[in-house]
Design a protein. Structure first.
Length: 261
């Protein structure tokens, strides 16, 4: 149970930590203050508590698939914010108005991520409150999973912060695009589970080589939305979501030109 909890909490915690660390590194690069961090964490924590506390009611929405639809909506929201952020960051990072827009997108992205992942963690842990003998290993596993996720996030932050300024925008935008594409694919899976999108035969099964519940699998899940048995629809959405920021950056760069910092 300890190892299972570590993997589950790592999976939920790592995605939010990764988004936060990349945006924090970009904020440092642009000289954006830290005021947005407190707002993002506060809003995300409040959203996670409200979501977890009303799971039963939410689950009844949309003919019993409310939880899947709301989670998919949050992930689509994060995808939209990260895509918009990457495009704006790579094309028009200068000016007080643009930086304010970037900070708003950063705040919403992190708040949504904490709401989504935090609610899942709270729901999981609360399921063991009625079993005191299992609560200690659950809490210990949650602590270990959170510590690993925090460590990975810190490594990503310092790795991006140590890059030459010429490379920082493009590598950071690429990482954001990977994360955003993974979120779009995960949202697709949730909508398939809710029967809002058609179910399909998986394109392949890579669980023999890399299991989803392994530590490496969870790392790739947080980074690129790794799925061992993706459907054609999931794969198509992932590739389109990955290409979308590059297309928008190219179009805006052609017509507007990228401002330098």
């Amino acid at each position: 149970m300890l190892l299972t909890t570590v993997i589950i909490i790592l999976r939920e915690f790592l995605e939010a930590a990764l988004i936060f660390s990349v945006l924090l590194a970009i904020g440092r690069y642009l000289g954006i203050g830290s005021a947005w961090i407190g707002r993002a964490i506060g809003l995300g924590a409040l959203g996670g508590i409200l979501f977890a506390g009303n799971t039963g009611r939410v689950s009844e929405w949309f003919d019993g698939v409310g939880q899947e639809v709301l989670n998919a909506t949050l992930q689509i929201g994060i995808f939209a914010c990260l895509t918009g952020f990457a495009v704006l960051f790579c094309t028009q990072p200068n000016g007080a108005e643009n930086r304010r827009r970037l900070m708003i997108l950063m705040t919403i992205s992190v708040a949504f991520a904490i709401t989504r992942e935090g609610s899942e963690i709270l729901i999981y842990i609360s399921g063991f409150l009625s079993a005191p003998d299992m609560l200690t290993p659950i809490l210990l596993g949650a602590l270990v999973g959170a510590a690993i996720g925090t460590s990975v996030g810190a490594l990503v932050f310092y790795a991006l912060s140590s890059l030459a300024r010429t490379w920082t925008p493009w590598i950071s935008a690429f990482v954001l695009a990977l994360v955003a594409a993974g979120l779009a694919s995960q949202a697709c899976l949730l909508l398939i589970q809710a029967d809002w999108l058609p179910s399909q035969t998986p394109l392949w099964n890579s669980s023999y080589w890399l299991a989803e519940d392994s530590v490496t699998g969870q790392l790739l899940y947080a980074l690129i939305g790794y799925e061992a048995t993706p459907t054609p629809l999931q794969a198509g959405i992932w590739f389109c979501a990955l290409l979308l920021p590059a297309i928008l950056i190219a179009v805006m760069g052609r017509f507007g030109g990228r401002q330098t910092t």
